[in-house]
Design a protein around this ligand. Structure first.
Ligand SMILES: NC(=O)C1=CN([C@@H]2O[C@H](COP(=O)(O)OP(=O)(O)OC[C@H]3O[C@@H](n4cnc5c(N)ncnc54)[C@H](O)[C@@H]3O)[C@@H](O)[C@H]2O)C=CC1
Ligand SMILES: N[C@@H](CC=O)C(=O)O
Length: 334
């Protein structure tokens, strides 16, 4: 049986779930793809563990046995892998640490599954071009709204048609905060704290509530789907912090549901993109989003309009989205 070796950089909420799912699906990979999938290396910010024969789930949990200093370039130089799952922090100014990990993996001929967003926001077009030149895949479902299909849906199911407009709820935390404030009269701080406890919110809450997470996903999707390189700083962006309880109460009384959305409009070569708070009437599908649900609307030239609603927003669902990318890699290698 062929072996496929997986390395992971960043081993927090999502990384742990990826390892767990790989272990749970070992038989599935063997039966359906004829491959044995082995985790051969993981690293965090200060330590790491490498074993070319396989690291068992038990050893992955024994963090005290991780080697100090086995991270960064030292980790990438030593690890034997075919696929890198990058699940470290997202930094939208420098793209690091993911940028160095992804660049190094592509240069070494590894397929890359990006879960972190920073590198894709800062250097997406260059990384995609490098991956094409090296003949490897750079996939990013986890970084582009995870369980909600965005890039896959827009590039595969809507292939060939002109997409005039997309509008999407891309950050589950913002739906969660708005829904919790409106339906349970919770304060902004209470709703945010709950989202953090569930592991959905970014460690830096400003990323979610100030629209940066949505803006990052807009940039990643615009680049991957429309081939339009956008600078995150150039996007118009609204924050949830500007909302007051009075405003939310008055919208509720008028039957309107607020959601933070990202949008991209394409008209005769002109692209307009941004992030804003929009109000939806009770008949609009986006007003059905509850909890941390996300949503995508697309208007096309020839295929009509589409709305996708759903997808869990949590580390397990994000790991499952990363493994969807892994399945795509296995399928295309058959
Ligand atoms: N939590 C979620 O539901 C989702 C998270 N993401 C993205 O996935 C990434 C990971 O998210 P979580 O696992 O929730 O975060 P986390 O904070 O639990 O894990 C990140 C891990 O990266 C490690 N790390 C920091 N610097 C590093 C370095 N230089 N080298 C290697 N590892 C380093 C940290 O020690 C930590 O264990 C983030 O970029 C986030 O934006 C994307 C979609 C959903
Ligand atoms: N913070 C994000 C999760 C990662 O992309 C969200 O709330 O959807």
């Amino acid at each position: 049986m062929t072996t496929v070796r997986v390395a992971m950089t960043g081993f927090g909420n999502v990384g742990n779930q990826v390892a767990e799912l790989i272990d749970r699906r070992r038989e599935h990979f063997a039966t359906h793809f004829g491959v044995e999938v082995l985790v051969t290396g993981v690293c965090g910010s200060t330590t790491g563990l490498i074993d070319p024969s396989r690291i068992s789930p038990e050893r992955l949990q024994h963090k005290a046995a991780f080697e100090p200093g086995l991270t960064g370039s030292a980790f990438m130089e030593q690890v034997n892998a075919d696929v890198l799952v990058e699940a470290g922090p997202s930094d939208y100014s420098t793209g690091q640490p993911g940028l160095d990990y992804i660049t190094s993996a592509i240069n070494r001929g590894l397929h890359v599954i990006a879960v972190s967003k920073g590198a894709l926001v800062v250097e997406g077009p260059t990384l995609l071009q490098s991956a094409r030149e090296k003949g490897v895949q750079l996939l990013m479902s986890g970084a582009s709204a995870s369980a909600l299909p965005t890039i896959d849906f827009l590039t595969y199911d809507l292939a060939g048609t002109h997409i005039k407009r997309i509008e999407a709820v891309l950050t589950g935390t913002t739906t969660f905060i708005l829904d919790t404030m409106v339906s349970r009269n919770a304060s902004f701080d209470e709703a945010l704290a709950e989202a953090q406890q569930l592991g959905i919110a970014e460690p830096e809450p400003s990323f979610d509530v100030d629209g940066w997470d949505t803006a990052a996903k807009v940039v990643i999707i615009a680049n991957a789907v429309f081939g339009v390189p956008l600078a995150i700083s150039s996007l118009a962006r609204e924050s949830l912090r500007s909302l007051t309880a009075e405003q939310l109460g008055s919208w509720k009384a008028d039957g309107l549901t607020p959601r933070l959305v990202g949008y991209v409009n394409q008209d005769e070569g002109q692209v307009e993109a941004g992030v804003g708070i929009r109000l939806y009437s009770a008949e609009h599908p986006f007003s059905l989003t509850r909890g941390s649900t996300k949503a995508l609307y697309a208007e096309t030239m020839d295929l009509g309009e589409f709305t996708l609603l759903g997808g869990a927003s949590n580390p397990r669902a994000t790991a499952a989205a990363a493994l969807k990318d892994f399945h795509h890699i296995l399928t295309s290698s058959e």
